[in-house]
Design a protein around this ligand. Structure first.
Ligand code: AP5
Length: 264
């Protein structure tokens, strides 16, 4: 059984349990015979981090978010921060992309973790063609082929609504939304009791700059991965749980299509 089959089976049995009034089964360790190695693509705010949470909680994939990494630098003292971290923070606050050299240095530092037996999930990286090229070389060197690149799609106005209502836990980084995914207790994280805050780059001026950066630098990656036969487009317009199911189904269909092609 592949990791993907395992997930689809678990989701189905959880749905069946829920419709029968029972609670979901707790996540079991997933098999690691065929790791899932995914990139989550899509505009800022489309829901990549939310889906990443589903994947890593249910399967234990190594979740690497360059944005989370840079935000964590904020908590360090000025003496603990490297020059690269300081530079990254200046760009992030304005909504601009951090320069490729800084991003790639951090990815290389963490490259060992990509060997996770269950696989990995890259969220917010790569974001430029130069980053995608560097990642391709790194993965070829480490013999870690990508399974797929999931591209989440949503109209711009809905994306802006998602970003404006987002609240993030200062402790465990869990993501909420004031309207669509509110915490049980106002401003308090359901998971760890941490305080929820609004990200600085979720203010209207930064959102505009981020969308521009996405359109100019990241959208070309859609074609980049389409050419490599890795792109799996997913409409991101339902609830997070429904989108997760859609993603699993999309990945399964892509896997089946690849197998058919290899058999020809
Ligand atoms: P990063 O942290 O990567 O942010 P991003 O790509 O802009 O993505 P977001 O985290 O804003 O959104 P998301 O798609 O994860 O959505 P989420 O799940 O939170 O990067 C931040 C900055 O770091 C960049 O601007 C840049 O400066 C720098 N940086 C990072 N990586 C870089 C790189 N590789 N190169 C250069 N610079 C880099 O969801 C959003 C909201 O919607 C939440 O409130 C959520 O609850 C809600 N929501 C999610 N799904 C649904 C749903 N299905 N229905 C309703 N609401 C939903």
């Amino acid at each position: 059984m592949t990791v993907l089959d395992f997930m689809i089976k678990t989701e189905k049995s959880n749905a069946a349990a829920k419709s029968g009034g029972q609670t979901s089964t707790p996540p079991a360790p997933a098999p690691a015979d065929k790791p899932l190695r995914l990139i989550l693509l899509g505009a800022p705010g489309v829901g990549k981090g939310t889906q990443a949470e589903f994947f890593s909680q249910k399967l234990g994939l190594y979740h690497f978010s360059t944005g989370d990494f840079f935000r964590a630098a904020k908590k360090l003292t000025p003496e603990q921060r490297t020059a690269g971290m300081n530079e990254a923070m200046t760009y992030m606050t304005k909504g601009l992309l951090v320069p490729d050299t800084t991003v790639l240095a951090i990815v290389r530092e963490n490259a060992g973790k990509l060997n996770c037996p269950q696989g990995f999930l890259l969220d917010g990286f790569p974001r430029t063609v130069a980053q995608a090229g560097a990642l391709e070389e790194l993965l070829a060197r480490e013999k870690l082929p990508l399974t797929a690149v999931v591209n989440y799609e949503l109209p711009m106005q809905e994306i802006v609504d998602r970003l404006s209502g987002r609240r993030t836990c200062a402790g465990c980084k869990a993501v909420y939304h004031l309207v669509t995914r509110p915490p049980l207790k106002k401003d308090v994280c359901d998971h760890c009791g941490g305080a929820l805050y609004q990200r600085e780059d979720d203010k209207p001026e930064s959102i505009r700059v981020r969308m521009n950066a996405y359109q100019q630098s990241t959208m070309p990656l859609i074609q980049f991965y389409q050419k490599r036969g890795l792109l799996v487009p997913i409409q991101a317009d339902k609830t997070p749980a429904e989108i997760f199911e859609r993603t699993l189904a999309g990945l399964k269909a892509a896997e089946a299509a690849k197998e058919r092609k290899t058999k020809k």
